[in-house]
Structure formats: structure tokens, C-alpha cells
Design a protein. Structure first.
Length: 582
């Protein structure tokens, strides 16, 4: 690089240029690297110092840096020399991308505010950050997380016993952390709070007796263990908004209102649409979201409708399509499919028919929307046929395993009859597929119900409701990739703190996912971060031992720094570490 001065009638401009080879013309050409400014501007900036001398020194520094980055590094290794005992050489760098978002959310400042309030002597920021990075990359118990956090390039600044002290403080400040996170997130990403999705799940404990919030209740995984419940609000873009921890034996319909009131108060949100599944759609919850500018969209079980509404919902006549005033008879769709070309069949399968009406019960009025699609019908039939096949196999091969089942178990299709050789009722048992249950369920194939107090277009309401799968995915990520359960803590405050770290980890993961334009699966992201290891060469730098992929390229392009050079010098690594904390 060298200095170039361009003079005009009124000023002299100083530039940093360098020679580059043009493969097309097969010749060298000059490229402007940086415009330093005019001579007058630089004299003002440098308080009268000579701009030309300053420019030469500046370019000299640039050349030295470039030489440092491009120089070849030769490291001598001896076959006869043992490595130092207890010295660590391998480090993970995947956490650096999580650390960047962690600091953008100002979680370090949140920790500082909490630390000033309680005046303890441990490093809360170091503890919380490692619990979060560990939850995403190396999910494990608190004991194992403490050991695994030493795999990160930056070493932890705390002892194991301080983790448990920190959990007690985090539990007390859960509400403050949630509201601060929401406020800070607005500075790095728009939050779609016009629609909020709410759902509940539970987590089991490897214990025999319940106490505190750990109580026996209906487990989502059908385990005979005490559980706790987690209620979660998610915004319209799939980013977690707020959560609450409740007793395992609490009716989940009662969990929505307290957390929603907290959001209204702490987050200063007032007008939004709450979208839930049928299990959380109590009349009280619907009425609560039918005032003060709020609204609701909730799944409605057609099987639980009153007889006249169920008859109306399943009637084949009177169906519509969005954008059309024509009435359709869905009983004719199969005949249309038989006569259609492959291209026409694809179009018919993709159509979603609907009918709607306002209903009023107990003085409360709401809009009932029922949809029907061949695609959804065939999906339900395929699921049921697979379950019937499993039921038939167990009847033929191992009837002793047939026991009481729940409402969605494949064994519900098995009918038991007690008999004697003479055909009389007796103690012997005979099993068969219950055709009556199959016919009863088949009547609802393809139908889907939604209740709302909105007057928006049906297509818009269906579109909003369809995104409920994302909150279910949030729970799946926490349970699978983040391994949030079983929980190995006993005190209620530490349990709440555990889920606070899981909640923060999920927010950071979702923001990372959005930054990568949702081009990679959860498994690809988590395993990709976990594999981003380095081998440290003392005094020289870090050699990547991971495979460069489309995922790592996307990470580096999105975050503005690279760790995939053949070697990252110690000096450059310090710059990267600094960049992740800005």
C-alpha cells in the first residue's frame, strides 16, 4: 500500500492505494483502499501536524498489519517431546456467535444491575453466560456445565459452589430479566407483538415424591414422575417473550391470565391477539381477551360442539373458498378428483374450504370458523391407518401387552370381548379392531375448528393460527437439543433459575436462527457450533480443526468476523473476542 495525492484547483486529496493483479487484462492496476481526506481537513484533524508525514506513518502501520496477517507460520513439533501434563490445547469457538447476541441483548449489563443490588462477590455475568452457552452447545447438569465451560477459549471466572448461589439470585430476578430482555431486544430486532402465541408444557423429575412446585399431574410424556409446568408466550415471529413456572398439578387453563397480566404490566403491551390451542381455550380465557383492545384466536374441538353446531360443521353443503362467493359441496370433491388431471388434482388438494357463523353461549358471542381440506383429511387418515396397523399387529403377535390406553393411543382401536367356547360371556378374552371407533373418528377427517372474536378475513385468521407450530417447536428444542429435562435440581428457586437460563438460551438461539435467515435446522446449528473447535499453538494462535461448510460461511458473513483462516493469530483472536462484546 502507498500514498497517492490527487490535486484539484481547490484542494489536495490523500488516498491509500494498493496494486492488484487483474486476471482479465493480465496486468497490475491500482485500487483505492481508503480515502484519508483533503489536506485542509487533515491539518484541522491533526491540530496543524503535517498530513503527509502522518499519512506515511499510517500507511506503514497498515503494511505491517497486512504482512503480519499474510506471513507464513512454521511451528516446530518434536516427536520426542511429551506434551505438558494438564495443559489444555483444544478449545471451542462456536460460543462466540452466541456471545455476540448475548452482549447485544445487554445481558452483561443486566447482570451488573443485579450484582449491584445484592452486592455478592462472585461474577454473575461469567456464570450466566456459561450456563447459556453450555445449554445450547454442551447441554448438561450444572456440575458438568462447570467442567465443560473450560472448553471455551475464554475461561470461566467462578467456582462450582457459586453457580448454585447465582441460581438463587436469578430466581428472585426472573421478572426483571424477562422485562429487560424484551426492552433490550427491541434495539436489535423488531418484535411482532401484534400476535402472541401461548402454550403450556411440563418437565419431569427423577424423584418418587412431589413437593413444592414438583407435583403429580398429567405428564405430556406419560411418565409416572412428579412434574412442573411451564407456560410460554411467543411473539408473532417465533421469539420467546415471557414464561412462568407453575405447580405440576395446576390446571393449565389457569396459567394464561397471570402471565398475560404480567406482560401487560411489565412489558407495557396492551393491544394484541392471543393464539392458543383448544386445551387452553377456556371461556374465562376467551372473555379475558375480549376486552381492552385484545383479541383471541383459539382452536375449537369440533367433537365438543353442541349437537346442532356439530351437525352444521360436518354438513357437506355451504362451503366457501377465500376470494369467491360460490358455495361448494365437499362431498363431490372425491368425484372431482377422479375426473381431474394430475395438475388439477394438485390444485384441489391445496384448496382450503371454510364456513363460518357467530355463536352465542352464556351471553358470550364469538365467531366459529370451520375449515376442510383434502390434504388434512388424507394426513389424518394416514396417521390413523398406521395406528390401526400397529393395533392389528399387537392383537396377532402379543395380546398380553394390551392394556388401558389414553385418548390418542393406537390401542384405542382394539375392542375386547370376554367369551366361553359356547359363546357365552366369560373370563376368556378375544381382541379385534373396533370399527365403530374408526367410523366415528373418520367423520371428522379433514375438518378443523377455530373460534375468535376478530372480524378479519378467514384466510388471515387461519394463517395466524397455523403458526402455532413454532411455539410447539420451542418446547421441542428445549426438551431435545437443550436437554432441559429431566431436571436435577430440588429447590423451587433453583428450578425456576434453571428454566430462566433455558428461556434466555432459546431467545438467543431464535435470534441466531433469524440472523441466518432460517436456512439451517436446529440440529445443524447446534452441532455446527459444537464442532467449531480450535487447536491452540502457544504464542502463535489458533488452528481451526473443524470443517468449513455452508453453515460456517453463513455464520461468518452474518456476524462480520471470521474464524476459518488456516490460523487465527493470538492478536486477531483478541480482536474477535472484543468484537463479540460490543
Amino acid at each position: 500500500m502507498r500514498l497517492k495525492v490527487t490535486k484539484s484547483k481547490n484542494a489536495a486529496s490523500l488516498y491509500v492505494i494498493k496494486s492488484v493483479y487483474n486476471s482479465k487484462t493480465q496486468s497490475n492496476t491500482s485500487k483505492i483502499v481508503e480515502k484519508l481526506g483533503t489536506e485542509i481537513e487533515l491539518r484541522e484533524k491533526l491540530n496543524g501536524a503535517d498530513p503527509y508525514e502522518w499519512a506515511k506513518e499510517y500507511i506503514k502501520t497498515l503494511n505491517e498489519k497486512e504482512q503480519e496477517q499474510t506471513r507464513e507460520i512454521l511451528v516446530p513439533f518434536k516427536q520426542s517431546k511429551l506434551i505438558d501434563k494438564g495443559e489444555q490445547h483444544a478449545f471451542n469457538s462456536g460460543y462466540l456467535f452466541l456471545q455476540k447476541i448475548y452482549h447485544e441483548l445487554k445481558l452483561d449489563q443486566i447482570c451488573k444491575d443485579i450484582s449491584q443490588k445484592y452486592k455478592f462477590d462472585f461474577d454473575l455475568n461469567s456464570i450466566l453466560s456459561r450456563l447459556i452457552y453450555g445449554r445450547v452447545i454442551f447441554p448438561a447438569s450444572k456440575l458438568a456445565t462447570y467442567a465443560l465451560s473450560k472448553k471455551f477459549i475464554e475461561q470461566p471466572h467462578f467456582d462450582l459452589h457459586q453457580i448454585y448461589r447465582a441460581l438463587e439470585v436469578l430466581a428472585k430476578e426472573t421478572d426483571f430479566i424477562q422485562s429487560s430482555l424484551y426492552e433490550n431486544s427491541l434495539k436489535i430486532s423488531k418484535r411482532n407483538t401484534g400476535v402472541l402465541f401461548y402454550d403450556c408444557t411440563n418437565y419431569f423429575f427423577e424423584i418418587e415424591q412431589g413437593d413444592g412446585n414438583k407435583q403429580y399431574g398429567p405428564s405430556k410424556e406419560h411418565r409416572p414422575n412428579p412434574i412442573i409446568q411451564m407456560g410460554l408466550f411467543m411473539d408473532g415471529d417465533g421469539i420467546p417473550l415471557a414464561f412462568s413456572i407453575n405447580r405440576g398439578n395446576m390446571n393449565e387453563q389457569l396459567t394464561l391470565k397471570p402471565l398475560e397480566e404480567k406482560i401487560i404490566s411489565d412489558f407495557e403491551l396492551s393491544k394484541f391477539i392471543v393464539c392458543t390451542d383448544a386445551g387452553l381455550a377456556s371461556e374465562a380465557n376467551r372473555k379475558f381477551n375480549d376486552k381492552d383492545g385484545r383479541a383471541f384466536i383459539t382452536t375449537q374441538s369440533l367433537k365438543k360442539l353442541k349437537a346442532h353446531l356439530k351437525k352444521w360443521a360436518l354438513d357437506a353443503a355451504g362451503w366457501k373458498l377465500s376470494g369467491s362467493h360460490q358455495a361448494y359441496d365437499i362431498s363431490q370433491l372425491d368425484e372431482m378428483m377422479d375426473q381431474a388431471t394430475p395438475e388439477e388434482k394438485t390444485k384441489i388438494i391445496a384448496k382450503v374450504f371454510y364456513k363460518e357463523r357467530w355463536i352465542k353461549e352464556n351471553g358470550f358471542e364469538q365467531r366459529l370458523i370451520v375449515t376442510y381440506s383434502i390434504k388434512y383429511r388424507d394426513y389424518q387418515r394416514n396417521i390413523r391407518n398406521a395406528q390401526i396397523e400397529r393395533a392389528q399387529k399387537i392383537i396377532e403377535n402379543n395380546p398380553t401387552k394390551i392394556k388401558k390406553c389414553n385418548a390418542n393411543d393406537y390401542k384405542r382401536f382394539i375392542h375386547k370381548t370376554s367369551y366361553t367356547p359356547d359363546g357365552e360371556i366369560a373370563e376368556k378374552e378375544k381382541y379385534s379392531i373396533d370399527q365403530a371407533i374408526i367410523q366415528k373418528e373418520a367423520a371428522f377427517d379433514g375438518f378443523y375448528g377455530v373460534c375468535t372474536n376478530l372480524e378479519d378475513a378467514v384466510a388471515e385468521i387461519i394463517k395466524v393460527n397455523h403458526r402455532r407450530w413454532e411455539i410447539e417447536e420451542c418446547f421441542r428444542i428445549m426438551k431435545s437439543e437443550f436437554k432441559a429435562r429431566p431436571v436435577y435440581l430440588s429447590n423451587d428457586d433453583r428450578i425456576e433459575a434453571h428454566f430462566t437460563t433455558c428461556f434466555i438460551s432459546l431467545i438467543i438461539y431464535r435470534l441466531l436462527e433469524k440472523r441466518l435467515n432460517e436456512e439451517f435446522t436446529c440440529r445443524e446449528i447446534v452441532s455446527g457450533l459444537r464442532d467449531m473447535d480450535f487447536f491452540e499453538i502457544k504464542g502463535e494462535g489458533y488452528v481451526p480443526t473443524y470443517t468449513r461448510t455452508d453453515f460456517t460461511d453463513a455464520l461468518h458473513e452474518s456476524f462480520g468476523f471470521r474464524t476459518d483462516y488456516q490460523i487465527v493469530s493470538t492478536q486477531n483472536m483478541k480482536k474477535i473476542l472484543k468484537a463479540t462484546k460490543q
